[in-house]
Design a binder for this molecule. Sequence first.
Ligand code: UDP
Length: 329
Amino acid sequence: MTKVFITGGAGFIGSHLADAYVKQGQEVVALDDLSTGREENVAQLSATGKFRLVKGSVLDPQKVDELMRACDICYHLAAAVGVYTIVEKPLNSLLTNLKGTEVVLEAAARYGKKILIASTSEVYGKSNKFPFSETDDAVMGATDKSRWSYAYAKAVDEFMALAYYQEKKLPVIVVRFFNTVGPRQTGRYGMVIPNFVRQALLNEDITIFGDGHQSRCFIYVGDVVEAVMRLMDTPAAVGQVINVGNNSLEISIEDLARQILKLTGSRSQLTYIPYAQAYPLGFEDMERRIPDLFKIKALINFQPKVQLTEILQMVIEHKKTKLGDLYKY
Ligand code: UDP
């Protein structure tokens, strides 16, 4: 049996990862400060006897040390995420994303534990060389636009992880997640699909930021979970930075809104909101973001399976349950 330590284990991706390991019969300990993570994401696991949620922060070195010592492998997914979180609380986000990763890597190195670090497609910044492959240059925005603080912090996390690999021989894998979506993702911090689905189910205006021509490639959270679990078991992935995404699901935000309207049968109207109004000052959006999947294919022959319509249907069903009485047919 493997003992798996997941920081951010009550979060969106972390809770799905915990589900998958528990289903395999492994033991999971999640550390989560419940800032964006939620107990209800892991409530289904409490009766299994294979799962424990520790409420605490990755900024607590003692707690991290204790949990790291007891585990076999670690996934570091705890982070301040979501555009609103980053833009509204840049200091707190920076501390969590820089210092938190430092604490976790230090502990992993102390006990020589294999660790997978979650990074993000944001580190490519506003590069316009498509698709984004791992060794491409990053094109970051200026520091007066706090959105980029997330990308810079995650880039430093990557440097730190690779330095631990190089100098301390720590077995570390870095993954860059591209727009991961599915049930349990909340729209509270800006993510587009849960927001649009909620608005559609409540027949409220669908808030398209900018002209809606910007596009994203979405990947189902279950596909991401499969990818990281297989990478963790792949010796050749150690010391590597690897994109995890789905390059076949590119869609403009406007088309995404229309598809959600169709699938929900909603009476909502599309409304276009200028960026200056949608976000506090100092925000820049990316026009496109497409992953190059050559590396992950070569490593684990990865092929995302779930199509966008299926993902949206799952999110719609989940949201209906969450909205309860608020949602009327
Ligand atoms: N977006 C939007 N309306 C919303 C939330 C987001 O039009 O209510 C847009 C956002 O400006 C971006 C895209 O949808 O162009 C994806 O946003 P998200 O925050 O989900 O992910 P990211 O910006 O990190 O790709």
